[in-house]
Design a binder for this molecule. Structure first.
Ligand code: NDP
Length: 282
């Protein structure tokens, strides 16, 4: 069956709106700063979708679009000011950054309490310990989607193809914390097909258009396709959807699957930041 990302997103958004309203009743207005350096098309489009969702959910968004030649020191000083502001709960710097800027220095300059992207080493460390402050948005979207169609994750065998810091690794950690047995595969994995074929839950994040065909998929498996690839003018995933859809028990389409949820999860982290900074535990 095809997983309806829109339906899941609607539920997440409703819960988010309720939380924002409850905070506003306590005179707390969740807010985030979004910094974009330059005019990268994909970054601009992501910024627009964050702004739209923030407005729908009642979250205040402050957008800083700095020129691509902005010196690193100036960016660091912008982040420092945002770190110190009580009226800003979350800070996000859009990646990729121009070459003259050291990505790690920027990520580490963001206060861990405001790091809604969950890139700061302290937040990654907490995630690893099973004591997460924030959960990276894509991994959170993947887990939410799996739970919607397969509420019991405990004891399942999950295979994650791809070991990137933003998708594969945090997803593996989250699924392990849900008591799945996990295997993480990558470009050096031998017998990928036979490992994937054993998965009850198969998460694919390779950036290789439609590489996963039905011969990789166990009948009835939950297949989560994270890929977003432009091929001949249309967007396709890392899974060959048409080939796999009859074998999988559940499968996310691309577009219309994980991608829709990611922005909402970032806003969910903003609300969490507002709660933490105001000592609220619900
Ligand atoms: P990366 O390029 O950072 O990582 C790709 C991973 O896939 C690597 O670990 C790589 O292995 C592995 N890989 C590549 N080719 C193969 C192969 N033939 N067999 C097995 N493993 C392979 O990508 P991301 O994880 O950042 O992104 C992947 C896809 O997900 C992209 O299409 C991206 O656009 C999309 N994406 C979607 C998001 C969303 O919210 N929906 C968010 C982020 C990304 P190795 O480590 O050995 O190189």
């Amino acid at each position: 069956m095809i997983i309806n990302g829109k339906e899941i997103a609607q539920k997440v958004e409703e819960a988010l709106v309720k939380q924002v309203q409850s905070l506003k009743e306590r005179l707390i207005s969740p807010s985030m700063a979004l910094i974009q350096i330059g005019e990268d098309k994909a970054s601009t489009s992501y910024a627009k979708s964050i702004a739209r969702e923030a407005q729908n959910s009642g979250i205040y968004l402050e957008y800083h679009n700095l020129p691509s030649e902005t010196p690193q020191q100036e960016l660091l000083s912008t982040i420092k000011k945002l770190n110190e502001r009580k009226d800003i709960n979350g800070i996000m710097v859009e990646l990729p950054l121009p070459q003259h800027i050291d990505r790690d220095a920027i990520i580490e300059a963001i206060s861990p309490e405001k790091d809604i992207d969950c890139f700061h080493p302290i937040n990654i460390g907490r995630l690893l310990e099973g004591n997460a402050r924030f959960i990276p948005a894509t991994a959170q979207s993947i887990l939410e989607t799996i739970k919607n169609v397969s509420p019991v994750i405990e004891g399942k065998f999950a295979v994650i193809i791809g070991r990137s810091n933003i998708v594969g690794k945090p997803t593996a950690l989250l699924l392990m914390q849900e008591n799945a047995t996990i295997t993480v595969c990558h470009s050096h994995t031998k017998n990928l097909q036979s490992i994937a074929q054993m998965a009850d839950i198969l998460v694919v994040s390779t950036g290789r258009p439609q590489m996963i065909t039905r011969s990789y998929v166990k009948r009835g498996a939950v297949v989560i396709d994270v890929g977003i690839n432009k091929v001949e003018g249309r967007i396709v995933g890392d899974v060959d959807f048409e080939d796999v859809k009859d074998v999988a028990g559940w499968i996310t389409p691309v577009p219309g699957g994980i991608g829709i949820l990611t922005t909402l999860m970032l806003l969910k982290n903003t609300v969490k930041a507002a709660k933490i900074q105001n000592g609220i535990s619900w």
